[in-house]
Write a protein that binds this ligand. Structure first.
Ligand code: PXL
Length: 278
């Protein structure tokens, strides 16, 4: 049976992140992708001024209730960027409406990067995200998001295994069954993620490319879910997601060096499909 995912993120019309990334990548993995848009923006909020923002908070629960009434079930629920504090509670509610015993709930607590909360979020947003993460089977924060939720000091620079272990343990104690910390590196050659699964820390790295683009967290999360839905285990899925994301960044840097927003994930999709063994 074809797997089905519900993706709950904003639509940033331009800039390649959230749903405009999740929908094509998860679909390319052969997985049916239903969407709940949390907001519609003209662009993402990083680096563009005067973007439009249409809040869709009132639509979130009615959409989920309609799906439930239609008897539609999901193999995974994938949440990302949420448009307001209230949406955190509503997304908690719809997870309860839509999940069954088999559903894998993946929460990306999108709210911050490079030590800073995104400009549009209030200072207590990380506390709200903690509650959502506690409902998840898998959480995929970056270092900044993890530190903000845990109240741990954000340390820029090379990671240590002890620091990674402290953060993963904190995330696990927060209630997330399987935490995956993204953006981990121990040198300037490799970058990837670390997971705490059954008491063991597992790493998956790919080539580190010296460049920064918006939406790469969404590329990683979408590729991870596509792999999980294809029966890959956590470590295999982390490896596929790291290699695909690294490939997207490499291609963008090599062929569109002037680009400052989303990556060329489209032309790497054939590689992703190959990594999935399809
Ligand atoms: O990729 C994360 C993201 C998603 N959605 C919006 C954003 C961002 C990051 O800045 O602004 C609207």
């Amino acid at each position: 049976m074809q797997k089905r995912v519900a993706a709950i993120h904003d639509i940033s019309g331009f800039g390649k992140c959230s749903l405009t990334v999740a929908l094509p990548i998860i679909s390319a993995a052969g997985v049916e992708t239903a969407v709940i848009p949390t907001a519609v923006l003209s662009t993402h909020t990083g680096g563009f001024k005067d973007f439009t923002f249409r809040d869709l908070t009132e639509d979130i629960v009615p959409i989920a209730k309609h799906w439930k009434a239609e008897g539609i079930r999901f193999d995974a629920i994938y949440t990302g960027y949420l448009g307001s504090f209230r949406q955190i509670d509503l997304v908690c509610e719809i997870i309860d409406i839509l999940r069954d015993e088999e559903t894998v709930v993946v929460v990306d607590p999108v709210m911050a990067d490079h030590g800073k909360l995104y400009q549009i979020f209030p200072a207590d947003f990380p506390q709200g995200m903690k509650k959502l993460c506690a409902k998840a089977d898998i959480v995929i924060p970056n270092l900044t998001e993890a530190c903000l939720m845990l109240g741990i000091e954000y340390k820029e620079g090379v990671f240590t295994e002890e620091y990674v272990a402290e953060i993963l343990t904190g995330l696990k104690n927060m209630g997330a069954k399987l935490p995956i910390l993204t953006g981990v590196y121990f040198d300037d050659k490799k970058l990837g993620a670390a997971a705490l699964e059954n008491g063991m820390i597992k790493y998956a790295f790919a080539d580190r490319v010296d460049a920064m683009y918006h939406g790469t967290g969404d590329v990683y999360g979408s590729a991870l879910i596509g792999a999980l839905m294809n029966g890959k285990n956590i470590k295999e899925s982390m490896q596929i997601a790291a290699e695909y994301t690294s490939g997207c960044i490499r291609r963008t840097k090599d062929f569109q060096p002037e680009r400052t927003y989303g990556v060329d994930f489209e032309n790497e999709l054939p590689k992703y499909i190959k990594l999935l063994g399809k």
